[in-house]
Design a protein around this ligand. Sequence first.
Ligand SMILES: Nc1ncnc2c1ncn2[C@@H]1O[C@H](COP(=O)(O)OP(=O)(O)OP(=O)(O)O)[C@@H](O)[C@H]1O
Length: 529
Amino acid sequence: MGPLKYLAMQRIDGEHRADVVRLVSGSATIDSLERPRVRELLRLARGEREFWGERTPGEGALSQLNLTVRYVGMLASCLVLAGHGWWLVALVVLPSMLCRWMWRREFTAGLALDRTGLAHEIRARHWTQLATEWTGGKEVRTFGLATWAANQARKATLAQCAPAWAAGERSARRQWLPAVLIGPSLMAAYVLVVLDTVQGRGTVAGMTALFAAAWSVLTALGYADAHEIEGALPGLAAMGKLTQELEMRDHTSPRPGGGKLREGRPVIRFENVSFHYPGTDRPVLKNLDLTLYPGELLAMVGLNGAGKSTLIKLLAGLYRPTSGRITANGTDIATLEPAEWRRHLAIVFQDFVRYPLSVKDNIALGRADTAREQARLESAAHDAGLAELVSMLPSGWETPLSRSRTGGVDLSGGQWQQVVLARAFYGVRSGVDFLVLDEPTAHLDVRTEFDVFQKITDRRGDTGVVLISHRLSTVRAADRIILLEDGCVTENGTHDELMARRGTYARLFTIQARRFRAGYDDRMEEEAS
Ligand SMILES: Nc1ncnc2c1ncn2[C@@H]1O[C@H](COP(=O)(O)OP(=O)(O)OP(=O)(O)O)[C@@H](O)[C@H]1O
């Protein structure tokens, strides 16, 4: 492929990818992204070649251009043939068109067949990556999984190829058909032209021109470019369908953008909120009522799967309640412009993203919409206990946090958690109203956790803090603790109040404290002996 053609293709694909990102990120919530149909449309629309038949929009567009040029050439060739006789055009064009139609049919059937094998291909790729990449390499070696992973990959590849192989065999057996369709008519055309020339009704030069014209019609109607165009069409069609799918929403839920947040720091109320994830009917939250006050440090505790992270996602407007509503100063947050509303929150999700960017970018993304301030970056890093680490990195703030980048480094799980905390603190220092932390210190050592928690408690008053944690020793200093059980708030109060109630919180706290005490006593005994 020529460099110019490659550049043109890259530009078209780049624009297309930007359109996909704009389209998808324009959707206020993320629930549609969970629908299998949307995920498949998105995969197609992204125009990434997952199997041989798929092509990017850029490849399709350039092939379309190529085909148009060839059709113009074909038209000129038809005129040359028509100069000798219109019957000659019919003799060459009709069988070629028939062949093209057959090839097209076969190709589209092959594409559809290949798509059915995609799940197997994804599986094969997964096992191959697991066995050959650095991240999976540890477990593959320690568990002795290499042979097993190789077999899984092989099995999946064979399962993917079997139907396509059978279709390929059937198609190979039919290869005589185009030869039978085109060969005799082309031969007849050539013989008739030669006869005419021999009988003095044409010249040798004219005969050669007719031969060349007939061949050019044949090749113009060939299917080489059409493969590329056909392979790109599903991706383009998926964009339209994706737009419809993303716009499809519950008509009863209010449209964002109509509401206005009243002045003052927001008081957030969950009013009788119930929620189940799309595609499931198990309620995660049930008629939940909860108020979040500005400046308050609220801790949220509960067993695994109680719905704590889900509540945070609803607060961020990433999902809408199935019933009930969430208000800020009395306004339903579903009616607010989503980006506007989210500017009031700085959130650390449990499954945070590790961007393969510099440490500076990783932190500044906590407020990507404002100009960067080095002083603010440094304070955020200091609050998260990250300042020393940054000073030790090979290129300081500019060090990429990924070994796949030149000069990049890999951080430990705890260090990443500090980076993500710094990202949230950066948002806080830019003036958010609520800092929401979902298990922010799970990977931190006790000393760092203590320091970070101190910084968080120092912030209360200026910023409301919602802290989810399984370490109950961390949450006891909160202004208020709520216990989430089975989708409802079952306990609500200060640590002392909840301990006095002798309910679930008191039981959980006592178990953790006893374990900690036992570990501490063992260590003391060891040290003493
Ligand atoms: N995207 C999803 N689709 C369907 N169900 C989900 C989804 N995310 C979470 N769930 C389910 O919702 C329930 C609550 O999950 P959630 O993550 O909110 O719990 P949690 O209290 O944060 O748990 P943990 O303490 O383990 O982090 C779980 O049963 C979980 O399986």
